[in-house]
Structure formats: structure tokens, C-alpha cells
Design a protein around this ligand. Structure first.
Ligand code: C5P
Length: 227
């Protein structure tokens, strides 16, 4: 695998914005892994909304197409909530995790590597990632950021949604949200988005400059583990 960056953190911490910035700045192929869970949730809702049958969930997960997910209709509180409910199911996670790894292994030479953001990228999906960043922020700040994003949704509803999701994502048995071994914790509570992106870019830049033979990276399993 080529150079890889794993970005994890709770809802509203800023990991999506960071991942997109890092992706452009360092020419890394980007996957927002939460979108796969959201797409599976959308299919569950389409299916009647009550599907928690493990076999059916696995079938639904198989249908998620990593290369053709559009954000349209996926950024709602309902989809987010169902996503975090089905995300506790190990068989569904197994299928989606494999799709994420396949995405990461399929990097064309025009990219320098890959950046994935989510909840278990550094712990489960890409435990050998060259750079791991755990993005966090005070709960109130995260709620305020989401309130600005989802203008039509009341703050109280967002607070409750975020609390419920954080609890489920942090306490589930399989792949709970936690700081991965070797991850750098980036607290964004008191930073604006420009500062957050610059700090994250500095972390990636340092890792890249530590990394020998960058032009040959596509041949190696992990740039930094070679050192
Ligand atoms: O990141 P986002 O808020 O879009 O993720 C939606 C939900 O998908 C999360 O609350 C979480 O339950 C699940 N998820 C996950 N593992 C990931 C990414 C997302 O369990 N790697």
C-alpha cells in the first residue's frame, strides 16, 4: 500500500474538512468512511427502516458501492442516527471494512496515497497507516458547528443526536471509537478551520519528510514502517 493517512474522531470534530484539505494538498485519494455507513443506513430506511436482521444487513452492506456514493440525502440526522445503530453489527462492519481496504489498495499512480476519515480507520481499517490523527473538540463546540451546517435543525435535536451517537460509537463492542496506537490527538475546540487544517497539514508534512524514497512508495507496504 502507498502512503496512508488515518483521521478519526467523533461527530462534528472537523475530521471531514481536514481530510478533504489534506487530500488536496498532498494529492491523496480520499474516502469518507462514514458515507458507507450512511449509504447502508439509507438502504435500510428504503427497505422499511426496521431491518436489524443480521443477514439482511450483510446483504445491504454488500450493495454499498464505494465508488458511486453521493452525499445527496445522506447528511440528515435520521440517516446519521440509523447509521450509528447499524454500525454496531459486526457482520455489516466486516463487509464495509473490506470495501474500505479495497479502496485503499486501489491507488492509481497519479495519487501519492490515501486519506480515510471515520471512527476506526487508525484502529481497524488501516492500523499500519503512516499518519494517524485523532481529531476531537468540546461537545458544545461540535454541536454549534453542526447547527451551522444543518441550519433547519434545532440545536437541542442536534445535541441529543450527537450525544446518542457518541455513546453508541464509543461503547460498542466492535471497533469502538478510540485513540489509535500512535495517533496524534488534535483538539480543535479553540481553533478555527484554517488553523485546524494547517496543524493537520504540518503533521502530515513531518511524516512525509521522515519518509524515505517517497517516489517509490507505491511499491512498499507502508512508508514509515520501512524505516
Ligand atoms: O462520520 P459520520 O458522522 O458520517 O458517520 C456516521 C456514523 O457511521 C457514525 O456515527 C458511526 O456510527 C458510523 N461509522 C463507523 N465507522 C466509521 C465511520 C462511520 O462506525 N469508520
Amino acid at each position: 500500500m502507498s502512503f496512508s493517512v488515518a483521521i478519526d474522531g467523533p461527530a462534528g470534530a472537523g475530521k471531514g474538512t481536514i481530510a478533504r484539505y489534506i487530500s488536496e494538498k498532498f494529492n491523496l485519494k480520499h474516502l469518507d468512511t462514514g458515507l458507507l455507513y450512511r449509504e447502508a443506513a439509507r438502504l435500510v430506511i428504503e427497505d422499511g427502516g426496521t431491518t436489524l436482521d443480521v443477514v439482511r444487513l450483510e446483504e445491504i452492506a454488500q450493495k454499498v458501492d464505494t465508488h458511486h456514493i453521493t452525499e445527496e440525502n445522506l447528511r440528515t440526522e435520521e440517516v446519521a442516527s440509523v447509521a450509528s445503530q447499524i454500525a454496531v453489527v459486526p457482520s455489516l462492519r466486516r463487509v464495509l471494512t473490506q470495501k474500505m481496504r479495497d479502496f485503499s489498495n486501489d491507488i492509481t499512480p497519479d495519487y501519492q496515497g490515501v486519506v480515510l476519515d471515520g471512527r476506526d480507520v487508525g484502529t481497524v481499517i488501516l492500523p499500519q497507516a503512516d499518519v494517524k490523527i485523532y481529531v476531537t473538540a468540546d461537545e458544545q463546540v461540535r454541536v454549534l458547528r453542526r447547527t451551522k451546517e444543518l441550519e433547519s435543525v434545532a440545536m437541542q435535536e442536534i445535541l441529543e443526536g450527537i450525544k446518542a451517537r457518541d455513546a453508541r460509537d464509543g461503547n460498542r463492542q466492535t471497533a469502538p471509537l478510540q485513540v489509535a496506537d500512535g495517533a496524534i490527538v488534535l483538539d480543535t475546540t479553540f481553533l478555527d478551520i484554517k488553523e485546524v487544517c494547517e496543524k493537520a497539514a504540518e503533521i502530515v508534512e513531518n511524516a512525509l519528510s521522515d519518509c524515505e524514497g517517497i517516489d517509490n512508495m507505491s511499491k512498499t507496504s507502508s512508508c514509515l514502517s520501512k524505516k
